[in-house]
Design a protein around this ligand. Structure first.
Ligand SMILES: Cc1ncc(C[n+]2csc(CCOP(=O)(O)OP(=O)(O)O)c2C)c(N)n1
Length: 293
């Protein structure tokens, strides 16, 4: 793209709000990467919405210069689903932590993946509940000591990449908040994908999580894009996603265009969106409202 073809300046993707994040938090890097992706795709801020849950990371919806909906905890996905049903022409990005998306919102996560709706779900996974001061989350490692697990967590952690692929998402990637450029590139590809895309970010929480630090991952990551892995192979992608321990896959892990999206399957979502159709037949509800007074 040449400069002349660019319709939206980088600045447009920021608001004046700077959320209260700890100095050095991975949220800053994710903010930068997300803005890069929006700019790269030249998404119209008036046709784009960021639907966030509740958590440190979810404050992102205040900072990014597109429409935003700061939701209740665990319910960002159903709200985003409703928005997409009402206006499938919008670019809908869902954003929320591991607690939000895999704990209280875990049910919605599974069903959104299975539907393959054209949503992008970004999960900053800091393996802890950051905002509420560091309790055990569904992705916490075994042995992680917190106020809610003083002797160390003994529940087996959810593997979000494995869970997303097995539930039916059609683009699934794992990135790191320590690698800004890579994160931006993968977010760009995820947003451009037609269907459910899930980007799981290993995010570093410098205040509450002293286990999952950049050093912890440094020797373990290997770049999937540097291997001969066939991204469209479901079984191989699951095997790759299941790798934890000393070797952890990093990059796009599964990608297929072969599965129809929810919007393509749903006859009412062909052509005009529901909001465009509705506007032609406004219904006067004043009598009904008066009857409640
Ligand atoms: C229904 C409900 N239950 C619990 C809470 C308390 N709460 C707020 S944020 C949060 C977890 C945040 O963790 P996560 O989603 O991983 O995001 P992070 O803060 O780590 O970015 C919890 C339990 C709430 N706000 N609403």
């Amino acid at each position: 793209m040449t400069i002349l073809e660019l319709k939206f300046d980088k600045k447009i993707y920021s608001t004046k709000v700077r959320p209260l994040w700890c100095p050095g938090c991975g949220d800053f890097a994710m903010f930068k990467a997300l803005k890069e992706a929006l700019y790269e795709l030249q998404l119209d801020p008036k046709q784009t919405i960021l639907v966030a849950g509740i958590g440190c990371s979810s404050k992102m919806s205040d900072a990014v210069g597109v429409y935003g909906l700061h939701n209740i905890h665990g319910r960002a996905i159903p709200s985003a689903t409703g928005i997409k049903m009402a206006n499938h022409n919008l670019n809908v990005i869902v954003y929320g932590g591991d607690g939000d998306m895999l704990g209280i919102g875990g049910n919605h996560f599974t069903h959104a993946c299975r539907r393959n709706m054209d949503l992008t779900l970004i999960i900053p996974n800091n393996h802890t509940y950051g905002l509420t001061t560091g309790q055990t989350s569904p992705t916490s490692d075994i042995g992680y000591k917190t106020k809610t697990s003083p002797k160390g967590s003994f529940d087996r952690p959810v593997n979000p990449v494995f869970a997303a692929i097995s539930a039916g998402a059609t683009f699934v990637a794992k990135v790191s908040s320590a690698d800004n450029k890579h994160m931006g590139k993968v977010m760009t590809a995820a947003i451009a994908h037609k269907g459910m895309s899930v980007v799981v970010i290993d995010q570093f929480c410098i205040t509450w999580n002293r286990i999952n630090t950049p050093d912890y991952y440094a020797d373990k990551y290997f770049d999937v894009q540097e291997t001969d892995h066939d991204l469209s192979n479901f079984e191989d992608s699951l095997l790759l996603a299941n790798m934890t321990g000393d070797r952890i896959p990093f990059g796009i892990i599964y990608h297929t265009e072969k599965v129809k999206s929810f919007e393509e399957n749903y006859s009412q979502l062909q052509g005009k969106s529901n909001v465009e159709r509705r506007s032609r037949q406004l219904i006067d509800v004043s009598d009904m409202l008066d009857s409640y007074i």
